[in-house]
Design a protein around this ligand. Structure first.
Ligand code: CA
Length: 630
């Protein structure tokens, strides 16, 4: 392998992997530098001795075999020789697998697809800023006994309709519909390694990829038979789609669980990962290795994989883990290819790395690089200004911090260059994912408790609500960590990636306990979706239609003037993070209708508290007020 010139060995074909036909299966694997490549075909997942066939070396490092006959849903692996040792590995391109990804699978999707899959109804496109993203882990959604869901911890949990908790309130899909989120963002559902699929109740977030093009097996009712996970995964997507919910996949193309004996390293040693001269792996992921996206066949793999999920599984968006480990050209290519498949596809990710990387800083897709693209990035500036640091005791705007008004204003305008004082990192508001918490770190409510042990429970609840109110009224794309609207707690665990169902599972009884907050957030989402001026797409429109109004310390106020007939003409939004009531002069004379106060949000006008103001408005402590005028 020494001295092999991979750059001269680039394969342009579209058919890597095992392509099934009724009369033959075509195997193609890129493995330049190998002296011999064989395929072992197993009749089923439990067979130990398969039939071995040699592949022949074609052009550009691709080995291939056309194997005659019908090999529908059989299993296969490749075997290569290394130092006189035979190494067997699944194909990184495989579309199916046996338990724990031990064997790949020759997949005939037509024979596996659930009934109605091909023509099922996909929700109509929404503008990016009209999206409301809701992050969820497959197990967390259903494992808690309060879920009322039968298929606990499984893909099929997302196919159960009309489920409810013990008190009779909707859970599961009905809950998502009720809340009004547009996109369900699923934490890793590709095949990952940290969970033994044959053991029940094993828990991990799954940011440790094994086979990128295969659904994770532990979420299937049968992890052994590769058909089951494919079918159940598609049933999940189909049911969500049919209920108006689009699906975003959380993808981790920045590192793999293993190196050395990973499929990538066995087939093409020293190619897929960034390594130092001494052969050691660069660790920009913080997980032991990082994938070299800038190399043509690595980029190729990532793009092929994304296209596969978008087409075969009709995925509506992708969230990129540690996106700054991807080089800029790769991300541009990803955007170009995905938009071709679906112009409305959502693409966003973390604009940072998890450690020092060999990828030069100027090549990384970090915050600011996304300017002018359709790739949005998580807005950690806004997040920190709202709540303080992730896991410590510091406070931001909502939980008692001082001098965060400016930061909040930057977030409210979608982090664009708004004027000479308010400047951000985006060109357009569609480039920011506005969020206050996600799976990493303390849940919002735990963070508020940690930073403010000195105040009452009720005050902390108000702070949680205010933080979400800011996210949902700001320009940009709002993102909610699942459960934040019912004050999700993980008992102060800031890194619960393997803490199990007890800590991580959604406790659906909290919906009853905090029904006021749930309804408040639900109504706020509904208001946002009904007022186009709250989800502007262009920076020039934000500059034109959003004006800040002077307000006391620890508050931020602004006026939206809508150019859209279907909106209220004027919407006046005030976030008061202070512990005292404040008074503010209204921007214009006449009656202003209150559509949000400290009690409720109601787009037709509140029913509790003062219903309209003239001249001046009084805003209660730690609350958002929204007033409107025709
Ligand atoms: Ca797995």
């Amino acid at each position: 392998m020494e001295g092999f010139n991979y750059e001269e060995c680039i394969y342009q074909g579209m058919d890597l992997g095992a392509t099934y036909n009724i009369d033959y299966t075509l195997f193609k694997v890129w493995a330049p530098g190998q002296q011999e490549v064989k395929v072992i075909v197993y009749d089923n997942y439990f067979e130990n001795d398969g039939k071995v066939y040699p592949l022949s070396k074609g052009e550009n490092g691709v080995w291939e075999l056309r194997l005659e006959g019908d090999h529908k849903n059989k299993y296969y692996n490749y075997v290569v020789k290394s130092c006189n040792l035979e190494l067997e590995t699944p194909d990184p391109y495989t579309k199916g697998a046996s338990a724990n990804g031990k064997k790949g699978m020759i997949v005939d999707f037509q024979s596996i697809n659930p009934e109605g899959w091909e023509n099922h109804k996909i929700p109509e496109a929404v503008r990016p800023t009209e999206s409301v993203i809701y992050e969820m882990h497959v197990r967390d959604f259903s494992t808690n006994k309060t879920s009322g869901i039968l298929n606990k911890g499984k893909y099929l949990a997302f196919t159960e309709l009309e489920t409810e908790n013990q008190e009779g309130l909707a859970t599961g899909i009905e809950y998502l519909k009720e809340l009004g989120v547009t996109h369900l963002h699923l934490m890793p559902v590709f095949d990952f390694k940290s969970v033994d699929e044959t053991i029940k109740h094993n828990y991990n977030w799954g940011y440790d990829p094994h086979l990128y093009n295969v659904p994770e097996g532990s979420y299937a009712t049968n992890p052994y038979d590769g058909k089951v996970r494919i079918q159940e995964f598609k049933k999940m997507i189909m049911t969500l789609h049919e209920n108006g919910i689009r699906v975003v996949m959380d993808v981790v193309y920045n590192h793999t669980f293993e190196v050395g004996d990973s499929p990538f390293d066995i087939l093409v040693p020293n190619y897929y990962y960034r390594t130092y001269h001494d052969g050691s792996y660069s660790n920009g992921s913080g997980c032991g290795n990082e994938i070299a996206s800038e190399r043509p066949m690595v980029r190729r793999f990532i793009i092929d994989s994304l296209k596969f999920w978008a087409k075969e599984y009709k995925i509506d968006g992708f969230r990129f883990d540690l996106m700054a480990l991807h080089d800029i050209d790769t991300m541009k290519e990803i955007e170009k290819e995905l938009v071709k498949i679906n112009p409305d596809i959502l693409i966003y990710g973390e604009p940072w790395t998890g450690g020092d990387s060999l990828l030069p800083y100027e090549k990384r897709f970090h915050k600011g690089v996304q300017k002018g693209s359709k790739v949005a990035v998580f807005n950690d500036d806004f997040r920190n200004d709202i709540k303080g640091d992730n896991d410590g005791t510091s406070s931001g705007f909502v939980n008692g911090g001082l001098h965060f008004e400016h930061g909040i204003k930057k977030g409210i305008v979608g982090s664009i260059d708004y004027d000479q004082w308010i400047k951000g990192f985006t060109l357009e508001p569609i480039e920011t994912i506005n969020y206050v918490s996600s799976h990493d770190n303390l849940s919002l409510f735990d963070k508020i408790e940690k930073s403010r042990p000195d105040i009452t429970f009720e005050e902390r609840v108000k702070m949680n609500r205010l933080a979400l109110s800011i996210i949902l009224t700001s320009q940009g794309i709002p993102f909610i960590q699942g459960g934040t609207e019912i004050l999700r707690t993980k008992n102060g665990d800031h890194n619960s990636y393997k803490a199990g169902d007890e800590i991580n599972g959604i406790d659906w009884s909290r919906k009853n306990k905090f029904i006021d907050i749930f309804v408040y957030i639900k109504e706020l989402i509904s208001l946002r979706k009904s007022q186009r001026v709250m989800c502007l797409e262009k920076a020039q429109d934000v500059r034109k239609h959003l004006k800040f109004i002077d307000s006391p310390e620890r508050s931020v106020a602004y006026l939206l003037e809508s150019p859209y007939k279907e909106d209220y003409k004027y919407i006046f939004i005030i976030h008061n993070a202070g512990i005292k009531e404040i008074s503010l002069k209204l921007p214009f004379k006449g009656q202003w209708k209150v559509i949000a106060n400290e009690h409720e949000v109601k787009s037709t006008g509140v029913s509790i508290g003062i219903r309209s103001f003239e001249g001046e408005v009084n805003i209660k402590a730690i609350s958002t007020y929204i007033l409107c005028k025709e």
